[in-house]
Ligand binder design. Structure first.
Ligand SMILES: Nc1ncnc2c1ncn2[C@@H]1O[C@H](COP(=O)(O)OP(=O)(O)OP(=O)(O)O)[C@@H](O)[C@H]1O
Length: 449
């Protein structure tokens, strides 16, 4: 992060990336002194409500973030910025998105947590659009022209007012990560957890909270201990992890939908075991088994460059057998989830943990959607969309498998990847069939050793 004082003193000449958090109410004109080099401008967490008309003078600008400001209209001038392809205006008060505000080469558009009721028809001309974050708005429909957005891969529609799931959406050839919980068409229950009597409902009084273990977008996770002996007896453990949901909408949707999807999914060996839920008026929470020692994240979130694909730590290495084992566990987990009519929405290596034996724990239900109210064909399409995510994951992992003698196995995994990523959704296999195929590959490898 840089300061306004550095900018005004001319100390930032030649930089490609500028971040200013200074309670700005006006766009500092000195930013134009950086026009020859500036590619990434982050003005998030200020008080801005407009951008200058000559913004396109920043001819190299590729990425503009202006989250947590006071914009009410997405500025039209954005549409004239010659290289702008990534636009982030999360958590403003935007109610209007003018046609002219959208540059045609947009790849990544984030408008989460605003007050948008409609998007312009021009959306359909954004042929490069890959990532579209619209959760937490007031959209009642999407422009039909968006059927032409053939490069869309990640779409967040949760927490809106959509009356229906557009049929063209479920045909997009590259759609891979879709979330839509918290819309009128998808609401399943009046009392969200009325059907999960199998999971005990506890209160904060049953728990002693300990140290913070981590924090996600939707909540904070604490180590904890049951204070209630009945719960120790019922769950077979005293030590627990407790996720306390934050109140507000996240980039993936409402915390209540995350909790609902997690509970509806139920138990699976590759999911973190849910021991109880907290559904107090003022606090939602999830009581889980502690993730055992020795588990670490399989991947890291996408970067600005990779946009929709995960990144991996330098030095990452897998054998082809490791990849088969990871993919097999994931396919089985997703088959289970879809059998319960739940889609995960965020099938990414950064949401998976593995240990040295390649045992998999799959987490983060933040972008999950309940498919119960969808038609059978819509549910099949939702499964096919997530099948593509499994294909992307194997595709991402394969380069880390060094050359070894198992060339035939590599070819089989490549073939599976291609099948999972077929542009025509009905040509993709179902998770159960993928799991069967991977189980056969796994057994064949086990016999070879
Ligand atoms: N059952 C658990 N036992 C131990 N640690 C946990 C457990 N659940 C979560 N954590 C820790 O808390 C962190 C945040 O978890 P959480 O699932 O809420 O969010 P996330 O998936 O990491 O983030 P986001 O929701 O923003 O994508 C994890 O990375 C992990 O370190």
């Amino acid at each position: 992060m840089q300061t306004l004082a550095q900018l005004k003193a001319g100390q930032l000449q030649g930089i490609t990336r500028l971040q200013l958090v200074e309670n700005l109410t006006e766009f500092p004109r000195e930013i134009f002194d950086l026009a020859d080099t500036l590619e990434i401008l982050d003005l998030s967490n200020n008080q801005l409500s407009s951008l200058p008309e000559d913004l396109p003078r920043l001819t190299h600008l590729k990425i503009l973030f202006a989250s947590n400001n006071r914009f009410e209209v997405l500025p039209e001038v954005l549409g004239q910025c010659p290289k702008l392809e990534m636009i982030g205006f999360k958590a403003n008060q935007i109610h209007s998105v003018p046609e002219a505000s959208l540059p045609l080469h947009t790849r990544w558009l984030i408008l989460t947590d605003n007050q948008i009721t409609a998007l312009p028809e021009r959306m359909g001309q954004l042929h490069r659009l890959q990532k579209l974050a619209l959760a937490g708005n007031r959209l009642t429909s999407l422009p039909a022209s968006m059927a032409q957005c053939h490069n869309l891969e990640l779409v967040r529609l949760s927490a809106n007012a959509l009356a229906a799931l557009p049929s063209w959406l479920l045909k997009l050839p590259k759609l891979t990560w879709l979330a839509f919980a918290g819309n009128p068409f998808s609401h399943t229950l009046v009392d969200p957890h009325a059907d999960v009597a199998s999971v005990p409902n506890v209160t904060l009084a049953d728990i002693e909270l300990g140290e913070k273990l981590g924090e996600g977008a939707s909540g904070i996770i604490y180590q904890g201990r049951w204070l209630n002996p009945a719960m120790v007896a019922a769950t077979g453990t005293e030590q627990i992890a407790v996720k306390l949901f934050k109140g507000e909408v996240t980039s993936d949707g409402y915390p209540a939908d995350e909790l609902d999807c997690c509970l509806t999914t139920g138990e699976h060996p590759n999911l973190i075991k849910v021991l109880a839920h907290i559904s107090q008026q003022d606090q939602l929470g999830l009581v889980m088994a502690l993730i055992p020692q020795g588990f670490y994240n399989l991947g890291l979130p996408p970067s600005l460059e990779t946009c929709t694909r995960d990144t991996f730590k330098a030095g990452t290495e897998f054998s082809l057998k490791d990849i088969v084992k990871i993919a097999l566990q994931l396919a089985e987990t997703l088959a289970h989830m879809h059998a319960q009519h739940i889609s995960h929405g965020d099938v990414y290596a950064h949401n998976m943990m593995i240990n040295r034996q390649m045992a998999l724990l799959f987490g983060d239900f933040g972008a999950a959607s309940n498919l119960a109210k969808l038609s059978t064909s819509e549910r099949s399409a939702m499964q096919a969309i997530e099948v593509r995510a499994l294909g992307c994951l194997i595709d991402d992992l394969l380069p880390f498998a060094g050359a070894d003698r198992a060339d035939a196995l590599r070819a089989q995994l490549r073939q599976l990847t291609e099948l999972c990523m077929q542009p025509e959704l009905s040509c993709r296999p179902a998770f159960r069939d993928i799991a069967k195929l991977l189980a056969r590959l796994w057994q064949a490898q086990a016999c070879e050793v």
